[in-house]
Write a protein that binds this ligand. Structure first.
Ligand SMILES: [Mn+2]
Length: 340
């Protein structure tokens, strides 16, 4: 059941409202927040977009600058109070990718599977579709509101990013929303954003990490042994999955007191979110979609198992993956194997 937008508007009216994206927001998160801000403004509900962490990619920063999207980082929000309302977009309260701010998370609009149940949202629209931008665009479509070109372009860019140009996690609604946004958006701008997704400064890192790739029966592990942004890990795991010998990609790097993971799967049967959840349960946390997921492992808990951290990580994932029953494409191209 899709909740009604009017319920959200009624809930928010008279309150100070913040739209919070996940930390280090990506194009889908920012486009969704921007679209929702414009939408709520139509109903006389002003909002402030906020987030923790910087905008990592030049492509994403270009989008923010082109459309004049105003976003405030949490350090610059000293006056938020517990009475203020927060709508989380492209993320859910309680997950590792969103900082818990002092305001009250009353609403959630997201497209990720639920791994951490929150029962006190007053408004919840969680639909498992290709992007959060799809859900925001669907509000405009359902209510037949006209959409500025900037919003359409941002939402379409978010949709293209999260589905990697319609290569993963695509649903019927995403296709309908593509057709809806297409005539309203500016493709030249999207092309400009899309052509800045890899930074020149990362080329060496790219080449070095490819030399460290290890593949076991279609499952690839790449450890990025240098400081890199979340967005770079995501780009790398997309890239590794494109290799013919790889059907499942696990890319990770050191972050704080542990390791940050980006995970990709090309077979529905090997659900990346479920596998990340199960593999990382004993050393941290993981979750996400069928085709893309993420996670975190605490180094101290990895070291509890062995000093060879990479072996621990590989074994945890391979143990889970090797037990997943295969029937469809995975059975043909990635049969069960004892080999490690
Ligand atoms: Mn998203």
């Amino acid at each position: 059941m899709i909740p009604k937008l009017s319920e959200l508007v009624e809930l928010l009216r008279g309150h100070r409202v913040f739209i919070q994206t996940h930390n280090f927001p990506d194009p889908d998160a920012i486009a969704s927040a921007f679209g929702l801000q414009v939408l709520l403004d139509r109903f006389g509900v002003p909002t402030v977009i906020c987030h923790h962490g910087c905008v990592e990619r030049a492509a994403t920063a270009n989008m923010v600058a082109e459309f004049g999207i105003e976003m405030i980082t949490d350090e610059n929000l000293p006056d938020m109070t517990p009475e203020d309302y927060i709508i989380t977009v492209d993320c859910q309260k309680g997950n590792a990718n969103i900082r818990d701010l002092i305001g009250d998370e009353v609403a959630c609009i997201d497209h990720h599977p639920v791994f951490c149940e929150v029962d006190d949202y007053k408004y919840k629209d969680i639909r498992i579709v290709g992007s959060c931008a799809t859900i925001i665009a669907d509000y405009f479509r359902q209510y037949a509101l006209d959409m500025p070109e900037s919003v359409a372009t941002a939402l379409l860019y978010g949709l293209k990013c999260d589905t990697r140009d319609f290569k993963r996690g695509v649903t019927q609604l995403d296709v309908e929303i593509y057709a809806y946004l297409f005539p309203k958006s500016n493709f030249q701008q999207i092309r400009f954003f899309q052509s800045s997704e890899i930074h020149y400064s990362e080329l060496n890192a790219f080449a070095d990490s490819m030399r460290n790739i290890e593949i076991f029966n279609g499952v690839a592990f790449v450890f990025l042994d240098f400081h890199c942004e979340d967005a770079f890990i995501a780009t790398m795991s997309d890239f590794v999955l494109d290799i013919d010998a790889v059907n499942f990609a696990i890319v990770y790097t050191r972050r704080g007191d542990g390791f940050k993971f980006s995970i990709r799967s090309e077979f529905d049967e090997l659900d990346a979110g479920q596998i990340a959840f199960a593999a990382l349960e004993s050393i941290g946390s993981g979750g996400g979609h069928r085709s893309m997921a993420g996670g975190f492992a605490e180094e101290s808990r990895v070291l509890d198992q062995s000093i060879d951290v990479h072996k621990v990580i590989q074994n945890l994932f391979l143990d889970v993956i090797n037990k997943v029953p295969r029937t469809g494409l995975a059975a043909r191209f990635m049969p069960m194997s004892e080999e490690k």
